[in-house]
Design a protein around this ligand. Structure first.
Ligand code: PXP
Length: 243
């Protein structure tokens, strides 16, 4: 079974638009967990544009499913994560001016710094994931610095779902297996494009946020999650039958 991690950042985006406490991203996370989310992801950005420190603390206290703390590989965030001790941390690149996480982390280009941060997180008992573009060299570097998981950035495929991008994801998935890492994927996934991503060999987890929270406006979060899980299961099944 492929796990579905629900990213609740954009519940906080809506809350912050009016500066109050509604809608509460922690309440959304608890609802998602009651209705099939296998884990919850929240990205505490440097500028705190959506999730805030207090949200992370409450998520850690109140959730019974695994919490994936998405963060930039900075000293501030590593210290915070080591104190919070979530189930996992996903290290992502971060630029203040970007709308969302626009590319994967350049693990190859900053191995020494990342190796030290990955070691600190692992010492605190946190499973460490690296969010990378589907490039075998980045996956090899992730293994070399002690990463346990890679999350493949599916943004390019999601934006333009062609065979070439899918082939890139497949090659990256095979490299992940060769280097002995657990495979996750995410970014830009919808009911329409998730199926073929779910067919990636060895895939264990998908992390999906913006589309699910958007669909929840129309259908409610439980229905949106249920439909997404069906699309994932169908995509994985098709692969099992070689289609
Ligand atoms: N995985 C990672 C590492 C991300 O940065 C994001 C976006 O915050 C997602 C998954 C989810 O992407 P989306 O919100 O487009 O579903």
């Amino acid at each position: 079974m492929i796990r579905l991690g629900v990213n609740i950042d954009h519940v906080a985006t809506v809350r912050n638009a009016r500066g109050g406490i509604h809608p509460d991203p922690v309440a959304a996370a608890l609802l998602a967990a009651r209705h099939g989310a296998d884990g919850i992801t929240a990205h505490l950005r440097e500028d705190r544009r959506h999730i805030r420190d207090e949200d992370m603390k409450r998520l850690r206290q109140e959730l019974s499913v695994p919490l994936n703390f998405e963060m930039a590989a900075t000293d501030e965030m590593v210290t915070m994560a080591c104190a919070l001790r979530p189930h996992a941390c996903c290290l992502v690149p971060e630029r203040r001016e970007e709308v969302t996480t626009e590319g994967g982390l350049d693990v190859l280009g900053q191995q020494a710094d990342l190796r030290e941060k990955v070691a600190r997180l692992k010492e605190a008992g946190i499973r460490v994931s690296l969010f990378v573009d589907p490039e075998p060299a980045q996956i090899e570097a992730s293994a070399r610095i002690g990463g346990q998981v890679v999350e493949l950035h599916t943004g390019a495929y999601a934006h333009d779902p062609d065979e070439k991008e899918l082939a890139r994801l497949h090659a990256a998935a095979r490299a992940t297996e060769v280097f002995g890492l657990e495979l996750h994927a995410g970014h830009g996934l919808t009911y329409t494009n998730v199926g073929r991503v779910a067919g990636l060999p060895g895939l264990r987890e998908l992390n999906i946020g913006h589309f699910l929270i958007g669909e929840a406006i129309f259908l409610g979060l439980p229905v949106a999650i249920s439909r997404m899980k069906q699309e994932i299961a169908t995509g994985a099944l098709f692969k099992a039958f070689g289609q």
